[in-house]
Design a protein around this ligand. Structure first.
Ligand SMILES: Nc1ncnc2c1ncn2[C@@H]1O[C@H](COP(=O)(O)OP(=O)(O)OP(=O)(O)O)[C@@H](O)[C@H]1O
Length: 369
């Protein structure tokens, strides 16, 4: 929503609002909202203060905290009885590791990887992508997990096949607002499993480059698990902006996660942080929490490599049931506690990406992409 310019009936109150915004601090902010030029409009209409902010990264939880903190203060300083908040995004394009060709129209590519299979990499990638899309941000998911392309199953799109409008490229399959493509749409599980080294990496790069992605703010790439040749080739050849490593707190998964962090470091891809999945088991009957995969594993990894823990997702039957039913939890229950958790992780990823990266000005980014 945008507002009419200020008038005597609706005075511009930016000079009143900005000093207050400057005082707001949040773990995801390294500059104030004023330094970020977030405030677009602040006008009073009757007894309501209308505020419009714009930010270059996804910020759902921070926005919620801001509203809770600032609303009573703003009412007091402006003498209004209501504050009507709006947050728009103009997602920044961050410099990629290498200016490799491909993925035209995609602003930022986030690789989601794991040192080991089965730790919940795909579940995390999908729910985080949905949490970003839920903010009105344009998001795509590329399922490059050749060993277990689970995206079609998890999104309930297993019976769909990408069409090819020009006989050369593939149109992505749209699901819950996400533009998706998966190796699973193209080959059967049996075929995918026998692919080896160069053939697999080539197929995955083709999938990235030959999909007709719409203009996207973020493309989330669900990488094949592990840290072998295929993963290294992909990490080197996909124009990645940053990587997320998913692990369980279990020692063996953590050892593999370490290799994941080292692999990305080796090819100079910024590691945005670690997501600890299956952090504690929550019993669906009594809510009792049990750390069946151990305690504080990701924290130790985070301390050793100086990368943040982006969030912890518990092991809960609902998360698995929703994925099995083809409706990930963030799509099925956007207001629920797990969706809140994924929104926090999505925000941590988006803000890490922004603060670690170098913003490419809009005119240059259009020419590059
Ligand atoms: N936090 C969780 N709570 C309950 N079930 C989960 C959770 N995370 C993942 N799962 C379930 O665990 C299984 C493995 O998850 P997923 O496919 O996301 O792992 P992965 O790391 O991508 O595996 P692979 O790399 O082998 O494809 C799935 O059945 C998924 O529904």
């Amino acid at each position: 929503m945008s507002f009419a310019p200020s008038s005597p009936q609706s005075p511009d109150l930016r000079d009143t609002v900005n000093p207050l915004l400057a005082q707001f601090s949040h773990p995801t902010l390294r500059q104030t909202l004023v330094d970020l030029h977030a405030l677009q409009h602040a006008v009073r209409l009757d007894h309501t203060l209308h505020i419009e902010l714009q930010l270059p990264f996804a910020w759902p939880q921070g926005f919620k905290a801001l509203q809770a903190w600032a609303t009573p203060l703003l009412k007091e300083v402006t003498g209004t009885t209501e504050v009507d908040w709006h947050l728009d995004y103009s997602i920044a394009t961050l410099q990629r590791v290498k200016q490799l060709p491909g993925a035209k129209g995609v602003k930022n590519i986030i690789a989601v990887s794991s040192g080991k299979g089965g730790v919940g990499k795909s579940s995390t990638a999908l729910n985080v992508a949905l949490a970003l899309a839920d903010q009105g941000i344009r998001v795509g998911v590329l399922d490059a997990d050749i060993y277990g392309p689970s995206l079609p199953q998890m999104l309930g799109t297993a019976d769909q096949r990408p069409s090819s409008p020009d006989g050369k490229h593939m149109a992505p399959i749209m699901s819950y607002g996400l533009a998706t493509n998966s190796i699973g749409y193209l080959v059967t599980d049996d075929n995918a499993m026998i692919w080896r080294g160069p053939m697999a990496s080539k197929a995955l790069l083709q999938l990235l480059n030959e999909t007709l992605w719409p203009d996207l703010d973020y493309l989330v790439v669900d990488m094949p698990p592990g840290t072998g040749d295929i993963q290294l080739t992909l990490a080197q050849n996909i124009p990645v902006t940053g990587a997320v490593v998913v692990t369980t707190p279990q020692d063996v998964a953590l050892l593999d996660a370490r290799k994941g962090v080292v692999m990305f470091n080796k090819v100079d891809v910024p590691v945005l942080g670690i997501v600890e999945n299956m952090s504690v088991h929550i019993c669906q009957n009594c809510g009792h929490q049990e750390a069946i995969f151990g305690h504080e594993g990701a924290k130790a990894l985070s301390d050793d490599y100086n990368v943040p823990v982006l969030g912890k997702v518990p092991l809960h039957i609902q998360l698995r049931e929703d994925l099995d039913a083809g409706v990930p939890t963030v799509a099925r229950d956007p207001a629920g506690p797990f969706s809140e958790l994924y929104r926090e992780i999505a925000e941590n990823i988006a803000t890490q990406l922004y603060w670690q990266g170098h913003v490419i000005p809009e005119d240059i980014s259009i020419r590059l992409l």
